[in-house]
Design a protein around this ligand. Sequence first.
Ligand SMILES: NC(=O)c1ccc[n+]([C@@H]2O[C@H](COP(=O)([O-])OP(=O)(O)OC[C@H]3O[C@@H](n4cnc5c(N)ncnc54)[C@H](OP(=O)(O)O)[C@@H]3O)[C@@H](O)[C@H]2O)c1
Length: 276
Amino acid sequence: MNPLETTLGKVTGLFTVAIVVIAALLAYFDDPEPVKYNSMAEDMETLEENFRQQNKSCFILGASGETGRRLLQELLERNIFSKITLIGRRQLTLEGQAHENLVQEVVDFEKLDDYAAAFQGHDVGYCCLGTTRAKAGADGFVRVDHDYVLKSAELAKTGGCTQFHLESSRGADKNSNFLYLKVKGQVEADIEALGFDRYAIYRPGVLLVDRQEKRPAEWLARTFFSACSAVGSTSMSVPIQEVAKAMVSNTLLRPEQKTEILENKAIASLGKSAGK
Ligand SMILES: NC(=O)c1ccc[n+]([C@@H]2O[C@H](COP(=O)([O-])OP(=O)(O)OC[C@H]3O[C@@H](n4cnc5c(N)ncnc54)[C@H](OP(=O)(O)O)[C@@H]3O)[C@@H](O)[C@H]2O)c1
């Protein structure tokens, strides 16, 4: 073995040891006990069929984003709604997703009251909307991730929606000193106060996805946490398709609580076990 190969071997070995140690540390800060369900024993296909029979409709906010796109795909494949409405700021070209029960509503999020009709008559609402501080600045981030999301939830509730599913973030906490976590926690709490019959909050860690848009910091985090998940740590990151599967499967389940919080580990486990 030449000196370069020896050095490379040592570096790889050290990197692997570092990842294993960090994964063990992360496991120490593991997620709390997952949500308890009344309906987990029934098989998913029976739950889907029962739900389908009820001819319910839903809307998705953020269907053009990474999670929203996969959520839409999952909903179309499992065909549990008689109507799906995509509410967004632009018309989407949905190649290969032509569906007679798929409707698009283009709205101006700065004047949502003018678009109240778009939010009327849905049973279930899914929200995967969000931006970043880097993209929108601090005020813009609050406007999108808090104000747009809360206003949409209010209009949906007024329009008859009974179930709301919010994609939030790991660590969301309205008392946090970090803007991102504070805003996520605040919007979670403000929506809870609206009193939906059922409210599910999803708190994924780093979303594992080949993102179309370039986000260097997120790329670094993804690379790191992908390596951690490969050695068994499941509380800090989750493949994005598992988030989408978990959101759909969870819609069919009956939680013991009116408001439920699914931390990263619970999302991964539901996404793996309950999805097709
Ligand atoms: N990235 C992560 O690792 C991570 C981890 C935990 C939680 N989350 C949270 O999970 C949620 C979904 O994340 P994602 O990565 O799937 O989202 P994404 O790919 O960034 O997509 C965001 C969605 O929000 C819409 N949006 C953004 N700015 C908007 C604006 N000013 N007005 C109207 N719509 C706007 C986008 O519409 P356009 O396509 O029109 O821009 C898109 O549909 C977000 O709330 C995010 O904070 C992300």
